[in-house]
Design a protein around this ligand. Sequence first.
Ligand code: C5P
Length: 213
Amino acid sequence: TASFVIALDGPAASGKGTLARLISDHYGFAHLDTGTLYRGVAWVVLDAGGDPADPETAAAAARDYAVDKIAGADIRTKEVGAAASVVAANSAVRAALLDFQRRFAGSPPRSAAGAVLDGRDIGTVVCPDATVKFFVTASPETRAHRRWLELVASRPGLQETEIYQDLLDRDARDAARDDAPMAAAPDAELLDTTHLSIDAAFAAARRVIDGVF
Ligand code: C5P
């Protein structure tokens, strides 16, 4: 099993994905962005013309899920994000994806010394024994602006207000679901990135990790 597991949870566009990448590069740990699993399942359902809210359709897509099914697909759109949070409220979907995430944490690829997982329920459900847990937040305005900057190049005319409402809807769905709702684990370090540059947020995370290493 990996000696070191770092869990990063938090709402959409909080900075947890960027931090997870920087941490995995810096410490040589394997990284799993668990949102891609839910986005992948949602994309498969949408691509087949299915309804993400239909429990059986989403559960079947999660059980059959494999990364090669989404090769080349654009899973980062806001439509796929919204559908991902719908399939993510389905317990059969979550159960089907749990083992893969735990195996990744326990024996990361290429025998890395540790694993970094980012998502919504890593510190609470997937890896409750993670060595270090972060709950990363930022104000909704800041998060909407960051996501808009990411998406506008490929989508000219996209309004920031549209993104803002999307993020709030998605956060509300993620926090309110019965199964593994988005939540900070009691032992998570809270990291508010609203007024932090990427460098400053990364430095703050390193101070916590190096204190435990
Ligand atoms: O992080 P990302 O925006 O890619 O996640 C897409 C959706 O997947 C989230 O809105 C959430 O509903 C779901 N998700 C989850 N549990 C995780 C990671 C993502 O429910 N660990």
